[in-house]
Design a protein around this ligand. Structure first.
Ligand SMILES: [Zn+2]
Length: 424
């Protein structure tokens, strides 16, 4: 099959005018000018006309569980108030509701051009019942604050659910099997023992890890000063607070992990960093990956994300939507625009990398997704693109729904679940 478009944005080189991509089964087998591709390849030609063809987008941090909480929680005075509000909302829903919520989230993400998600789920036992329509890294979100003595059981049960899940119809068994990881929720809800146990599994099995770190002022206050609303709340529910009063969240995190494990970690947020934290990051020989969620960040009114400093230290920075309990929808285009508003000096091309090339690196898939390149998976989307102007600017400005998506070589005519589903 040959797919022709006005512009092919490969993320490898300058966009190719009147370009085309040849796809065989689930892989990209050729990319270049339409004339050349036509001469070199046989098969059906799909002409997308005045559109840009680009790699499907990758959401580096989301919680599809909470798609059903969209619009349910107004911004609160403190992060602690928000945690209590989401806990109250969560209690109103059954496993059946969450199953529907996750499926609705997948459909919505896909309609906004997302073809891969790093998805944290608090319900790993539901995962075997779900057939994801896009590439999915399932991270079991683990919390042991109320039962720290059951760490091994918690982790073992999550792994069992994730590895036994039903294969997605679009992906081969081998591909499906590699797609899981562990997500100790955050330093304030997951014990040092739980983090250690997850890291041991990651090093043994070669899986990925993700967590929330240094997200809020309250988290910094709790760990650094042993005070504040989050400290009081967690103390009241019986969390041992002996790790509070000395170190910053980052110091605690880095102090507890083996440097060789850091490249397995995808760290969400990192909004609260002190000068000593930056010195620590400068000295760190190995680095983790960072996810910024611009709209969720605005919702919580967190401290400004230190993009420039982290970027200049060489951190791989990605974008994610976070959950709809703190965001309006699952559009990475809206996320790119919110980022552009926060950091107008960053080029649209750099911003697009944060939802393609960069998250592919974080997922250790830099040789399979995030670019249009020979041998990569055929995960592609098309967006209307005019003749004039910088194509990257046009792409970041796009605020519609995606009409044409290909996941793993399947286009809308034969892909499942791509009908007129609402985008959330
Ligand atoms: Zn999150």
């Amino acid at each position: 099959m040959i797919i022709r478009a006005r512009t092919v944005v490969t993320m490898d080189e300058a966009p190719i005018e009147n370009g085309a991509v040849a796809v065989s089964e689930n892989r990209i087998v050729d990319v270049g000018k339409f004339d050349e591709i036509k001469a070199r390849n046989a098969g059906e030609i799909i002409d997308l006309g005045e559109q840009a063809l680009l790699p499907g987008l990758i959401n580096a941090h989301c919680h599809l569980d909470y798609t059903c909480l969209r619009g349910k929680i107004a911004p609160q005075n403190t992060f602690t108030d928000w945690i209590q509000a989401i806990n109250a909302e969560k209690a109103k829903h059954s496993p059946k509701d969450y199953l529907a919520s996750i499926n609705e989230g997948f459909a919505g993400a896909k309609r906004f051009g997302t073809t891969t998600v790093a998805n944290l789920t608090a319900f790993p036992d539901l995962v075997p019942q779900i057939s994801s329509p896009i590439r999915t890294w399932w991270f079991a979100e683990l919390i042991d604050v109320r039962a720290p003595e059951r760490v091994n059981e918690l982790v073992d049960r999550a792994i069992k659910s994730l590895v036994s899940r039903r294969p997605a119809p679009l992906l081969s068994e081998a591909e499906v099997n590699a797609r899981w990881g562990l997500a100790p929720h955050a330093l304030f809800t997951a014990s040092a023992n739980l983090y250690r146990h997850c890291e041991e599994v990651a090093l043994r099995e070669g899986i990925l890890l993700t967590t929330h770190l240094a997200e809020s002022r309250e988290e910094m206050e709790m760990f650094h000063d042993a005070s504040g609303s989050l400290y009081e709340f967690l103390k009241a529910i019986g969390r041992p607070m002996d790790d509070c009063g000395n170190e910053t969240p980052l110091e605690l995190f880095l102090g507890a992990h083996a440097p060789r494990a850091l490249s397995h970690w995808i760290v969400a947020h990192l909004n609260e960093l002190t000068e000593s934290d930056f010195e620590l990051l400068e000295r760190s020989r190995t680095q983790f990956h960072v996810v910024h969620s611009p709209r969720s960040h605005d919702y919580f009114k967190h401290s400004k994300f230190a993009f420039e400093r982290l970027h200049s230290l060489g951190f791989n920075i990605c974008l994610g939507t976070d959950s709809l309990a703190s965001n309006k929808n699952l559009s990475l285009f809206a996320e790119m625009r919110a980022f552009q508003k926060q950091f107008p000096g960053v080029s649209p091309e750099e911003i697009l990398k944060m939802v393609t090339v960069n998250p592919a690196i974080a997922l250790q898939q830099e040789n399979t997704i995030g670019r249009i390149r020979l041998g990569f998976y055929a995960d592609l989307i098309a967006i209307p693109c005019g003749e004039t102007g910088n194509p990257f600017e046009q792409l970041v400005a796009f605020d519609g729904l995606i009409d044409w998506t290909m996941v793993n070589g399947k286009h809308p005519a034969d892909a499942q679940g791509s009908g007129n589903l609402p985008a959330v």
